[in-house]
Design a protein around this ligand. Structure first.
Ligand code: C5P
Length: 321
């Protein structure tokens, strides 16, 4: 049987540091961030079809736009444009060398979500990255990872990191990546999902409002954090976690204060709002401690649900079906 379908899986990200500068003229904020990919995955399948379409199933699927605004579909279009610019013609075929139904290289995208929507874990960006990697294979386009990252940067600030994974420093809007020098250590995390979403643009606006007229310097990479990562020292890493979006996320979602406090009380090495929230993340000593923390947090009723995850894991990659 011919193969016209490709599936990629892609991890959620957390930010071990998120330092935010003043707003730029284009409305974005200059960042220095340390991205870290964790083992909570969405799956994206692309199938050659007559036109482009998207379906979404799983965690929070009803909140994901299933139209042209869907980030995965925007990624498909951006990749098609990049290939057309390079080759002078649009990609035309699926893996078996046949065009999609009706002869056009459309793509039906099917997203299976486990990463919560609007949770501060870059789930939408992850799906876009998976769509890029999957279409690159479906169209046999053979773009390199760095070419894919360039396309990714046009789709969203966090998409390039979801292509690369691991632990990386992000600058600019977050799309300019440098792989971080880290010890090959697996960290054990507990993620606490909140009841409800937070809008990323609204959290950035709240940060600007809270800062008011105060002078805001350019963001800088945390030396303590990088030292902890180089040493593979979970205790130091826990103490060095930081996020400038935590204060605005707490102002907009005060219940997160209780979630963070509960995690600290149960011995988390570090407790932090993830990205723009409202997911909270906790660093555990080891797998067993992560299980204890997860059970304790569930028992306290301070979040909707919890998952354990390890990091760092690789970025978007093809999986056999
Ligand atoms: O790039 P992305 O679409 O993921 O960003 C979502 C929103 O988050 C932006 O429209 C902007 O309001 C805010 N943002 C920002 N500065 C960044 C990244 C995102 O202000 N570096």
């Amino acid at each position: 049987m011919s193969v016209t379908s490709v599936t990629a899986r892609v991890p959620a990200k957390i930010n071990l540091q998120l330092a935010v500068g003043p707003p730029r003229p284009d409305g974005y904020h200059g960042l220095v961030t340390v991205f870290h990919a964790v083992s909570l995955f969405d799956e994206v399948t692309v199938v050659a079809a007559r036109g482009d379409s998207v379906t979404v199933a799983g965690e929070g699927a009803e909140h994901v736009p299933a139209d042209g605004d869907n980030l995965a579909l925007r990624a498909v279009r951006a990749l098609r444009e990049a290939i057309t610019d390079r080759d002078g013609v649009a990609p035309e075929t699926g893996l078996d060398g046949r065009a999609g139904e009706g002869g056009r290289a459309g793509v039906a995208v099917a997203i299976r979500k486990r990463i919560p929507v609007a949770g501060g874990l870059a789930g939408g960006s992850a799906d876009a990255a998976a769509a890029l990697v999957a279409c690159n294979a479906l169209w046999r386009a053979e773009l390199s990872q760095s070419d894919l990252c360039e396309v990714a940067g046009r789709v969203g600030s966090d998409v390039a990191f979801a292509v690369v994974g691991g632990t990386a420093v992000g600058r600019g809007r977050g799309e300019q990546l440098t792989q971080a020098l880290v010890a090959p250590v697996t960290y054990h995390w507990v993620l606490a999902f909140a009841d409800g979403p937070l809008s990323t643009p609204a959290v950035y606006r709240t940060l600007d409002r809270l800062r008011g007229d105060a002078a805001v310097g350019e963001p800088e990479l945390s030396a303590e954090l990088m030292t902890a990562l180089r040493a593979g020292d979970a205790v130091r890493l826990g103490a060095a976690l930081s996020n400038d979006l935590q204060a605005p996320a707490l102002a907009m979602f005060p219940a997160l204060g209780k979630t963070l406090a509960a995690g600290r009380e149960f011995g988390a090495l570090g407790a932090l709002v993830s990205g723009s929230g409202p997911t909270c993340l906790f660093l555990a000593r080891d797998d067993r401690h992560a299980t204890d923390l997860a059970v304790a947090l569930s028992g306290e009723g301070v979040c909707r649900s919890v998952v354990k995850a390890t990091g760092a894991v690789p970025g978007a990659s093809l999986i056999a079906r």
